[in-house]
Design a protein around this ligand. Structure first.
Ligand code: SF4
Ligand code: SF4
Length: 447
């Protein structure tokens, strides 16, 4: 295996870097705040795999809603595919938590303690002195501390803030597995941000590898305008030459956090962070040439000067996305608060009650509360002639709970025309119908 070359990217605070910082701080604030924001009494986002409970923007999804979860995931994947086809890997450079933490938190701390890219390289190459040891200790101490915070927040997304608060505030012995999880995640985050760094994007992340399949000549990506820049080379002052605009200063390479040369064309390692755009713009400004020798451009725009046009592929993905979003929206809006399953008790037929000339069927019902509160309920048959006699009665569904009820539906024998007929029930809570369900009623016809 080839030895890894440690990167010391230079930071250039150009226009795009400032925008990127603002976007990153917004996402950082959101990432840290989301587990502590409550909506409808629930955490804004919760992915509790152990309890099989998922919450998005205050709406709870239980295992019974798994189809919605799969559909939402599918919609998200199609959205990412469409976004990548049009705008390349811009998500990686501007919104991915890995890049945001690395570039806007850990890299900045490194620069603050060890100095710029030149000083950092010198420090690494210098022998161990008291100054070097104290700088490295301070840096790695802060890295560990921040990794510990990230590990806590990360866990809050999976176990919830109240469970996390217990782990943090109660004796360790009572939450040994929770405490160990925090330690393991702290170590993982520390290694990711202090050692692995760009390897997460260039080697481990599968999304980057998809680029080759998703991008085409129409995709708008960070690209070098080789038509304008080549042949590259240093320009002699006041001398006529036939060189392009690229002066081969390699500033675009020095700022690249993944260590690539964008002038070699689209590469899987490019995370579209736009640092090279800022760097090259700075050079162009100095040599008095138009900006955006490196910029957001498509291959067709560079080579054939063709403006961006929506391709058939984009129309296709957009249509699929629209259909998925419509179906998902409909299913979400029509999703009921209670999941009800009602069945005629197995192995039973009908019971003729000769004393009052009625006939009854025995039913069992299972109700699942999908809301974030306890729910009082009652069941009513649609048919006014039908009455319910409970064997096992419940009238409250606890938060996240399930109840089973068993009851007879009693109908007058008079007027029954068919052996098997449909029968409907309303589930009411606080006077409102919250669910409706159907089953069958059997009885001997009586005409
Ligand atoms: S920063 Fe611009 S001018 Fe300098 S090498 Fe890169 S593309 Fe060429
Ligand atoms: S080539 Fe440019 S946009 Fe791509 S990762 Fe390097 S600096 Fe960022």
């Amino acid at each position: 295996m080839q030895n890894r070359e440690w990167l010391y990217p230079r930071i250039i605070k150009g226009k795009l870097y400032k925008y990127r910082s603002a976007v990153s701080y917004f996402f950082l604030a959101l990432l840290f705040a989301a587990p502590f924001i409550k909506l409808n009494g629930e955490q804004l986002i919760l992915l509790n795999v152990l309890e099989r409970k998922f919450v998005f923007f205050g709406v709870i999804f239980w295992p019974q809603d798994f189809y919605l979860f799969v559909l939402a995931l599918l919609t998200f994947i199609v959205f990412i595919v469409l976004f990548t086809v049009v705008f390349g890997r811009v998500f990686c450079g501007w919104a991915c938590p890995q890049t945001i933490f690395l570039e806007m938190v850990f890299r900045k701390i490194e620069n603050w303690i060890e100095g710029d890219h030149v000083k950092q390289r010198k420090l690494d190459e210098s022998p161990l002195t008291l100054e070097k040891a104290s700088k490295k200790t301070l840096k790695h101490g802060l890295f560990l501390l921040i990794s510990f915070f990230i590990a806590n927040i990360f866990l809050a997304y999976f176990i919830g803030t109240s469970a996390l608060t217990k782990i943090v505030t109660e004796p360790i012995a009572q939450h040994l597995s929770g405490f160990l999880s925090i330690c393991i995640f702290t170590l993982v985050f520390y290694l990711v941000f202090s050692r692995m760094r760009e390897l997460v994007c260039t080697v481990a992340c599968p999304y980057g590898r998809l680029q080759g399949v998703l991008l085409d000549n129409q995709s708008i990506i960070v690209a070098y305008d080789y038509e304008r820049g080549e042949p590259r080379g240093k320009k002699a002052k006041k001398e006529e030459n036939h060189l392009g605009d690229c002066i081969d200063c390699k500033l675009c390479v020095h700022v690249c956090p993944t260590g690539i040369d964008i002038r070699q064309g689209t590469q899987m390692e490019c995370i579209n962070c736009t640092a090279c755009i800022d760097a090259c713009d700075m050079v162009m400004e100095k040599i008095d040439r138009p900006l955006r020798l490196i910029g957001f451009k498509s291959e067709d725009e560079i080579k054939y000067k063709k403006p961006f046009k929506l391709s058939k592929r984009i129309y296709g993905y957009s249509a699929v996305l629209l259909i998925l979003m419509t179906v998902l929206g409909y299913l979400l809006l029509s999703r009921s608060d209670v999941k009800a399953t009602i069945l005629r008790a197995s192995g039973t037929l009908y019971q003729l009650r000769d004393q009052d000339k009625t006939v009854s069927n025995l039913y069992t019902a299972e109700l699942v509360n999908k809301t974030s509160a306890d729910l009082k309920f009652e069941i009513q048959p649609d048919d006014p002639k039908a009455t319910i006699q409970f064997i096992q009665k419940e009238n409250e569904l606890k938060y996240g709970g399930t109840v089973k009820i068993t009851f007879f539906v009693v109908m007058p024998q008079q007027g029954i025309k068919k052996y098997k007929s449909d029968i409907g029930f309303k589930l009411l809570s606080a006077g409102k119908v919250i669910e409706h369900f159907n089953t069958t009623f059997i009885a001997p016809p009586n005409d």
